[in-house]
Design a protein around this ligand. Structure first.
Ligand code: MN3
Length: 206
């Protein structure tokens, strides 16, 4: 959109299609309530920002900035997260045989299983709310696990590109997993859309 507003993206699958990893109730709430709320809040703040800018109200502008960053960051992160996932019946979780990304993972971690175990260890270390990401570092030309706090997107770091963003906020898992956060972080790999990850990796390494 030309006015800078954002809209809630449609999912490529139905709300029940990520079962049993993410329940229909959990996915519905996460997409139609949580993500929608970030979108609505950002658009509202953007109107206030435009008004403040037109009035040259610098104090108002600076006070709106953290909210704009938080809500737009969240929209960016969730938009990647939904694309990073795929129903099991459509190939979710299936590690491709011919894949540059998988080759790179194997060269850095030894095997996909070791990479996943390492990712789970790392994402379990998030204190409070944040995201666990697999990112490509354009300077070192290597993949890295990268934790981002609250709703910070990977893109805030200029030389990093997001390949996989896993939502570590409680709302992403609590409805189904209750206190068993590690089970969510383990199960999620059954619905990872490796084709989407590959696309992002090829784009990042161009
Ligand atoms: Mn979320």
């Amino acid at each position: 959109m030309t006015d800078g507003k954002v809209t809630l993206p449609k999912l490529d699958y139905g709300y029940a299609d990520l079962e049993p990893v993410l329940s229909e109730q959990l996915l519905t709430l996460h997409h139609t309530k949580h993500h929608q709320n970030y979108v609505d809040t950002y658009n509202k703040l953007l109107d206030e920002f435009t008004e403040a800018k037109n009035k040259n109200d610098v104090y108002k502008i600076v006070s709106l900035t953290p909210g704009l960053k938080f809500n737009l960051g969240s929209h960016i992160n969730h938009s990647i997260y939904w694309k990073n996932l795929c129903p099991i019946k459509n190939g979710g979780g299936k590690v491709p045989e011919n894949s540059k990304l998988v080759e790179k993972i194997k060269s850095q971690w030894g095997s996909v299983d070791k990479f996943i175990a390492d990712f789970i260890d790392n994402i379990m270390k998030i204190q409070g709310s944040g995201w666990g990401n697999l990112a490509y570092n354009k300077t070192t030309k290597c993949l890295e696990y990268l934790e981002t706090k609250d709703q910070d997107p990977v893109a805030l770091k200029s030389n990093y590109v997001a390949i996989l963003c896993v939502d570590g906020w409680e709302h992403a898992w609590y409805v189904k997993y209750l206190n068993m956060k590690k089970t969510y972080y383990t199960e999620i790999w059954k619905i990872v859309n490796w084709d989407d990850l590959e696309k992002r990796y090829l784009e990042a390494t161009k």
